[in-house]
Design a protein around this ligand. Sequence first.
Ligand code: SF4
Ligand code: SF4
Length: 433
Amino acid sequence: MQQSIKNDERKPKQKKQKIDLVKNKPPYLDDIYACLQCGYCNSVCPVYRETGWESLTPRGKVFLLRHLTTKDSFFDKILGKRITDYLTGKGKISLEEAMQKIFTCTLCSRCQTICHVDIDFHQYWLEIRKWMVENGINPPQNSMEMYKSIDKKEFMNPFLEPATKRDEWYRDDYQLPEKADVVYFIGCVTSYNEYQLLLNTLKVFTSAELDFTTLGIDEMCCGAVNTMTGQWGNFKKIAEYNVEQIKKRGATKVVTGCPGCYRALRKYRKFVKFDIKILHTTEIVADLIKNKKLVLTKEFKEKNLPILYHDPCELGRIIQYEGKNLFDAPRYILKNIPGINDFLEFSNNQMDSICCGGGGGLKAFNYDLTTDMVLRKVDEAIELGAKTIVSACPNCKTQFSDGVKLKNEKIENSEEKVKIKVMDVLDIVAKSI
Ligand code: SF4
Ligand code: SF4
């Protein structure tokens, strides 16, 4: 199983380095200077909501980057002194601290919804992390360990789990063909941590008589962790490897239930010829329902109603910024489940959805902060009277399950324990077959 990840207490050993960030300018430099420091973005940032630290807000980070990359900034000139001197190391903030601030972010892109000067934050934070790593500033220690684990043939996943165990949950029960029209790209979190979701997805595809297969133990991590943590060194190699495996199966489509894998697969096209259609499981299942290839008959249990849908950042807002609408497919499926006539939504939903804390690799770096984020979401679910929280992302499922568990650990009286189930849309579909 996935190894427990706690706060990254071991500080990365940053070598004394001569890093000239003024010379090696970052991408999106215009945005760094365009920022008005208006602070609109602070009000929507989940990190700021939990910490109250200005230096961790989008505005604070942009301000930091401005200083990191400028010799004499506007503010230095006004004050007549350099506020921070990163280049000589005499300043108030070291490069390591700067890295920690930039990485204290779930990459949720909610800041983009409100930015006064339209900074493309869904790209911006990724590019800044990449630029930092390329300039010799180490990412958090846990992220580097994940990178190494993915790179090793015996693992090919970020969790140091044996590659040979990737298909252990289903290999005996499903004899899948060598070639098929659809490849189900399962992803590391679902393969090693959310096996129930994996089995339910296989059940749904089989019931619909979908011509599909998986990559079995030949699947390698999609590389999303690497792109999120600025470590792009082996991403091309990962893309080439996975694309070769998908093509070997003769597929015309690849489908995944993980929004992180979904976005990573789309990025492969920048590195390798990959004209196979990429779909999220909710898209393919919505189509199967529409075309009556998947017939849902069993009623959803009344005691688990009402359900509350959470929009995963990467499947909703971020993919919308990348030109695709995936808000509708999960909602269409839920409305077609017998017994579910309607469902609740968080007060902030779709483009305004608030991250559960599972994104951006933050959980491996600052576990406590991501816990605060999910507990706040669980509190809202309780207030709304939800009996089931549903999402369409294995990371969100893990995060909400942990959130409900942690909430209950704080409640001593068993009568008062929170009785909220956590499910993926595909779990619900499988139950109604
Ligand atoms: S991406 Fe999300 S967590 Fe990161 S700075 Fe923007 S709003 Fe805050
Ligand atoms: S909303 Fe945009 S312009 Fe305003 S402080 Fe935030 S990043 Fe800068």
